[in-house]
Design a protein around this ligand. Structure first.
Ligand code: NZQ
Ligand code: ZN
Length: 384
C-alpha cells in the first residue's frame, strides 16, 4: 500500500427534512451569499424552504451558474461578494453550483492579479470565504471534496483546481431534493459516480484489498440501484443509496494508498470544452475506450473486476477482461447513455487539438503515466 494522509473535514448531514439544520450550521452574524444554477431549486421547492429557514439571516443571492460553470459568470459573483463583503457562501444545486462557488470562495480572496491563475497556473489558494453546501444532484462528490472544475468559454478550456480551503464546512444531502431530477441527470450522475470509482480502482493491484472491496461495494450498489431508480424513481431509499454512493465515490477514502488513473476524466473534460457534451456523457464514451486501449496494462485488475463486480468466472484472463468492458458499456447503454462519439454526430476533426493540449501541458495520463499525445489520439479514435 502506498503512503497517504487522509483528512476530510466535511460534516455530512444526510436525510429527509434536514435543511432546517442550516440554522445550527451557519452562525447568525454571517452575511451569506446564496448561489444557485438555472432555477431548478425554485421549481422543486428547495429555494423556498431555504429562504424561509434563513429568514432571520442577511442573505444575498447569485443565480445563473450554468452547467460546467463558466469563469466569466463566476467573476460577476466575485465582484458581488467583494462589494457586499460577504463572509459565508451557500451553494445550493448540482456539482456545477458547488464547484463554481468554491472558485468564488478562492477568487474573492485572491491577492494575485488574475484569479484564472488559480486554475490555469495552480496559483496557491491562501485564503477563501468559508462555505457550506446543499447538494441536489448525486454525481460529482463535490459536496465532500475540495475540488472544482471550471470552464472558460473564450478559450474553450475546462480545468480543475483543488484546495483544502475549498472543502465545504458542511454539506446537506437530502435525497428528497433529487426526486425532481430529469432522467438524463440521474443517468449522468450514476455514470459519473461509477467512473470516479473506476479511476481509483481500475489500475494495478497494490496490496490494498480493503480499498478494492470498498470500491467494488460502491460499483455493485450503483449497478443495483440504477436498475431500481428507472422503475421506481420516487423510491426514497433508492435515491438515498445513489446519493451516498456518489458522495463516497469521490471523498478521497477509496483512493487512499492506491494508484489512480483519471485519464477518462482528463480526456472527457476536453470533449466537454470543445463539443459541449455533459460531463457524464463524455465519461460513458471515454471509459470503455480507455479500458480497451489499456487492456494489457490493466489486465490483472480488469480480470479481478470481471469476477468480483460482474460475476464472470469462466474464460481466460483476456476473455474475462473483454466481457467486463462490454458489460460496463452495456450498463451505460441501459442507462440511456451513448457510448460512442459518432452517436453524438462527432467526428475526428478536433482530435489533434485535444491531443496537442496534453502535449502543451506536458501531461501524461494513466496510473503509469504512459498515455501521452499519441495514446490520447488512439483512445479518441476508439471513441468514434
Ligand atoms: O442549473 P439548475 O437549474 O440547478 O439545473 C441543473 C442542471 O441543469 C439540474 N439539477 C440539479 N439538481 C437538480 C436539477 N434539476 C432538477 N432537480 C434537481 N434536484 O441538473 C443539471 C446539471 O447540473 P450540474 O450541476 O451541471 O451537474 P453535475 O452535478 O453533474 O455537475 C457537473 C460538473 O461537475 C464537475 C463536472 O466537470 C461538471 O462541470 N465535476 C466536479 C467534480 C468535483 N468537484 O470533484 C468531479 C467530477 O468529476 C466533475 O468533473
Ligand atoms: Zn466526474
Amino acid at each position: 500500500m502506498l503512503n497517504f494522509t487522509y483528512h476530510n473535514p466535511v460534516k455530512i448531514i444526510f436525510g429527509g427534512h434536514t435543511l432546517r439544520e442550516l440554522r445550527k450550521l451557519i452562525p447568525q452574524n454571517k452575511k451569506i451569499l446564496l448561489t444557485y444554477g438555472g432555477g431548478s431549486i425554485k421549481k422543486n421547492g428547495v429555494y423556498d424552504k431555504i429562504t424561509k429557514i434563513l429568514k432571520n439571516y442577511q442573505v444575498i443571492e447569485f443565480g445563473g451558474i450554468e452547467s460546467n460553470p463558466q469563469y466569466e459568470t463566476l467573476m460577476k459573483a466575485v465582484a458581488l461578494a467583494k462589494k457586499e463583503a460577504v463572509d459565508f457562501l451557500l451553494p445550493v444545486g448540482g456539482g456545477s453550483v458547488l464547484d463554481g462557488t468554491k472558485f468564488i470562495a478562492a477568487a474573492t480572496k485572491f491577492k494575485g492579479e488574475d484569479p484564472w491563475d488559480i486554475i490555469a497556473k495552480k496559483a496557491p489558494v491562501e485564503e477563501a470565504i468559508p462555505l457550506g453546501a446543499v447538494i441536489t444532484l448525486p454525481a460529482t462528490g463535490s459536496e465532500m471534496n475540495g475540488y472544482a472544475v471550471i470552464s472558460r468559454a473564450s478559450t474553450e478550456e475546462k480545468l480543475a483546481f483543488g484546495s483544502p480551503l475549498c472543502y465545504p464546512q458542511f454539506s446537506i444531502l437530502d435525497p428528497e431534493s433529487t426526486f425532481s431530477l430529469p432522467e438524463r441527470q440521474v443517468s449522468n450522475g450514476i455514470v459519473d459516480s461509477f467512473v470516479h470509482v473506476m479511476e481509483q480502482y481500475m489500475t494495478v493491484r497494490e496490496g490494498a484489498p480493503l480499498q478494492d472491496r470498498q470500491a467494488e461495494a460502491i460499483l455493485m450498489t450503483l449497478i443495483e440501484e440504477a436498475g431500481k431508480v428507472k422503475i421506481n424513481p420516487d423510491d426514497y431509499t433508492v435515491r438515498a443509496n445513489l446519493m451516498w454512493c456518489a458522495c463516497q465515490a469521490l471523498n478521497g477514502l477509496i483512493g487512499c494508498g492506491v494508484p489512480q488513473d483519471w485519464a477518462t476524466h482528463m480526456i472527457g473534460h476536453e470533449l466537454t470544452a470543445l463539443y459541449g457534451l455533459d460531463h457524464g456523457q463524455t465519461l460513458a464514451v471515454v471509459l470503455p475506450a480507455v479500458l480497451k486501449h489499456q487492456k494489457e496494462n490493466k489486465l490483472d485488475k480488469l480480470c479481478h473486476y470481471a469476477e468480483k463486480v460482474w460475476g464472470v468466472q469462466k474464460g481466460t484472463d483476456r476473455e474475462k477482461a473483454d466481457i467486463a468492458i462490454e458489460k460496463t458499456k452495456d450498463f451505460f447503454e441501459v442507462l440511456g447513455m451513448k457510448t460512442s462519439l459518432s452517436a453524438y454526430g462527432i467526428s475526428s476533426e478536433k482530435f489533434e487539438t485535444i491531443a496537442s493540449r496534453f502535449d502543451e501541458r506536458n501531461m501524461f495520463l494513466g496510473e503509469k503515466q504512459n498515455i501521452g499525445r499519441k495514446e490520447v489520439m488512439e483512445i479518441l479514435k476508439l471513441c468514434l
